[in-house]
Design a protein around this ligand. Sequence first.
Ligand SMILES: [Zn+2]
Length: 245
Amino acid sequence: MEQESGLKVVDALDLDPDLCALLRPGALMPGSDGRSHRLPRYFYEVPSREAAREVRLTPHFTLGEFLLVDLKEAARVRDFPRYVPCAVRVLAFYLERLREAVGVAVHVAVNGGYRSPAHRLAARATRHMWGTAADVYRIGPVALRDQSAIETYNRIVEEVSDDLWVMPFGHGPGTADDHIHLDLGYLTLVPREIGEDAGERRGETPRFAFEERRGGDRRGWPRDENLEMLLQRRNPSDQPPDPAD
Ligand SMILES: [Zn+2]
């Protein structure tokens, strides 16, 4: 299984205009409480279904588990390459802690991971748009469909960390009766490879961090000559030994 090292980080402002209009990076999204929240801007690019299945964010959670959506999600957002906010890795870390606490599999529902602002369930800001919320419909053999199961596991989630908020059991808005919803709030993540000096201007500097690290990429961004020299030096057959080394 691959670690996340194969994933590319993108500044969503650099994506094509159609996709950018659906993901709305950095835009303010009104919440049901009347307050607005700024949508995430940095995303992992997931090239294929296979990559989603293979990339493990933690030992028990693959990236694909946070990308399960139905037709309520915009068609372009469902197509590969797909994009998921970088903060999803923090969510996976907390779900792994929950997995440790319960000792059995934690199952994320369809539409229960990342949902874009273009998703039909997304009239208002929901933490699912930040990649920091999960709807869990089953834990081990227990289906979370009744008050007793939901309230029991909500308490366990709260014991895992004060950082996690759970939705109370109930049948109306702002409650849940067929899953548990847990989230980390409107958390955004700026990967260490990203420089924010480009401000709001799009496309002026390459920001495909993992590709840069490998010394160039498939999209024709400028190659990093220093890195290339280092890579060549690792292979003695490519280049004679440098006496300065
Ligand atoms: Zn939810």
